[in-house]
Design a protein around this ligand. Sequence first.
Ligand code: SAM
Length: 295
Amino acid sequence: MAGRLYVVATPIGNMGDLSPRAAEVLAKVDMVAAEDTRVTGKLLARIDAKNRMVSYREQTERRLSEDLVERMLAGESVALVSDAGTPTISDPGYRLVHAAAEAGLEVVSIPGPSAAIALLSVSGLPTDRFRFEGFPPSRVSARRRLLESLRGAGTTVIFYESPHRVVEFLGEVADALGDPPVAAGRELTKMYEEVVRGKASEVAARFSTREPRGEFVLAVRVEADDDELAGEALDREVAALADSGVPAREIARRLKPRGAHRRDVYDALRRLGAADADDEEQVVEEEADDDGPAT
Ligand code: SAM
């Protein structure tokens, strides 16, 4: 009888999150395909499992997939694990899953932790629709293009990000998406776990005092185009930004991606007594050029 491929989620920090079923499967399979055999070796030692391991990385995926599929066809069972969390989610493994499924083998999910879902569930942001973007591109221009392409998407977007770039990236999110609400999860399930919620610029400021440490996952709320920011909601946003000393023109620029019209932003500022004569002159000129959303 053919063996099976088990895709086994492992803890993202707290060993208590290894499910009894995951431990049972890891102990009984013939072979564990691990991203890093030293990391997984420690996990196996904790549950007293002494399986054979093979190192399964992006560079070796193709070749190893064939070998592992042959073993499974010959009756061996294999567990795929990554260093932490759910295999194949910003981790190697999908080629093995694909090859096993193509070969007619049974692929069994042993679900469990994933940083993306862990943060989403505590983010306090809408979860009815969400989009996973994994690690943002390393080039600034590619990151800008990606963020611009998200405008108006009407969804919550999850990113993984490294600690040394998280502040910069949140600044880019604020610029491109009108300073949207975000949640940043740091070191989830670990001793220094925290979730910081607020506007992208506020969360960036919170982490910018010193180089943040640990692992980060971000959830960014992107409103739909038709959720145009207007009326009282716009007044509240404008007041909050004006109170923190953001200049009128900058407020209009930041709120534009959320559908706020420049004229409405300046009207709100005038009601608050926060737009001066120069601003008004400016807006009259700009309105003459363009009557669309604020620029
Ligand atoms: N497959 C994994 C999963 O399901 O969560 C993700 C692997 S990806 C290579 C690793 C990234 O996930 C880290 O760089 C970080 O962005 C995020 N991450 C992993 N563990 C985390 C944790 N405990 N807290 C916050 N983010 C975490």
